[in-house]
Write a protein that binds this ligand. Structure first.
Ligand SMILES: [Zn+2]
Length: 304
């Protein structure tokens, strides 16, 4: 089941968005969902919604109980087609899924509803079709990228950003010895394993990628800072704090980091640095390194 009705939000929502809303305290419980079929009163639970960790085995997903006879959302029903089937089928033949990445988190829920729901689903029976999700956090994009990568669809699946289509393959770039000057001058999601260090003098965290970018003769590990005060202002701070703290306390404090932005070089006291500016914490996602192992990244395709 790709989406469910949230009692708290009075809206249809997919499991990634449910996860985001749960960790920003807008969804109160893992079982506060109903079947999208208006005639069916089945209770829906979002499994794994409370888990700090997300990887290939542990993803948030909906499970329904006691659907009415013949409900199209009942997975036991032979005729139930899942929306993900449709999304992957579209991706396979290169059709845009119409998913959009919004550059800012909508202030109020209503502002996302001008043309459909946040999730891209409509309650209207005639248009019970996936019309594209609207995402404002790269957390959801990372989850989709993991799925597309698993299904070998990275170069086909599309996302709309500021009116332009981009494939997931173009959007995600591993940090791995690229020439800084040859990187795109538009925002991309850079990712890789990174050290997460606590710096009390900020106070905050310094995140430094384990791999380098090349700049003329030098190889430099790109890095950026997250301050505690920015974290305090963030809607999903509970989740971010827990992940940062958990990784920081590991013997080797390394996590898998994704950041949407443009790297730039900077000189300070005779040293060269490559930094990212982090405008918005929705542009950052931190996962645990076992996802990296599950992705079975090899050196050849790390740049993609
Ligand atoms: Zn149902």
């Amino acid at each position: 089941m790709e989406f469910a009705y949230s009692n708290d939000l009075d809206d249809f929502i997919d499991p990634d968005m449910a996860y985001d809303y749960f960790w920003s305290d807008l969804i109160t419980s893992k079982s506060a969902f109903k079947c999208p079929n208006e005639n069916c009163n089945a209770d829906i639970t979002c499994a794994n919604i409370e888990k700090v960790k997300q990887d290939m085995k542990q993803v948030p997903h909906f499970r329904g109980y006691h659907h009415i006879e013949g409900c199209q959302y009942d997975s036991k029903n032979k005729n139930s087609s899942t929306d993900s089937d449709e999304i992957y089928a579209n991706a396979k033949i290169g059709i845009s899924s119409c998913d959009k990445f919004l550059l800012n988190r909508p202030e109020a829920k209503d502002s996302t509803l001008e043309s459909g729901t946040t999730s891209g689903y409509s309650r209207n029976e005639d248009s019970k079709k996936y019309t594209g999700g609207r995402y404002y956090s790269i957390r959801s994009l990372v989850s989709k990228w993991v799925q597309f990568r698993k299904n070998d669809l990275l170069d086909k699946a599309l996302l709309k950003i500021e009116g332009k289509d981009i494939t997931y393959k173009e959007l995600f770039k591993g940090v791995f010895h690229q020439e800084l000057d040859e990187l795109p001058d538009q925002n991309r999601i850079y990712w890789g394993t990174a050290f997460i260090d606590r710096i009390e003098s900020i106070p905050g965290y310094k995140i430094k990628f384990c791999s380098q970018f090349d700049y003329y003769e030098e190889s430099i590990n790109p890095s950026f800072i997250i301050s505690d005060s920015d974290i305090e202002d963030y809607k999903v701070k509970k989740l971010l704090k827990l992940r940062l703290k958990t990784i920081n306390e590991l013997k080797t404090p390394i996590g898998l980091v994704f950041i949407y932005g443009i790297p730039y070089q900077k000189e300070s006291k005779g040293n060269l640095y490559i930094n990212f500016s982090l405008r918005n914490l929705d542009y950052l996602e931190i996962r645990y390194t076992d996802l990296f192992e599950q992705l079975k990244v090899n050196k050849e395709d790390e740049k993609d």
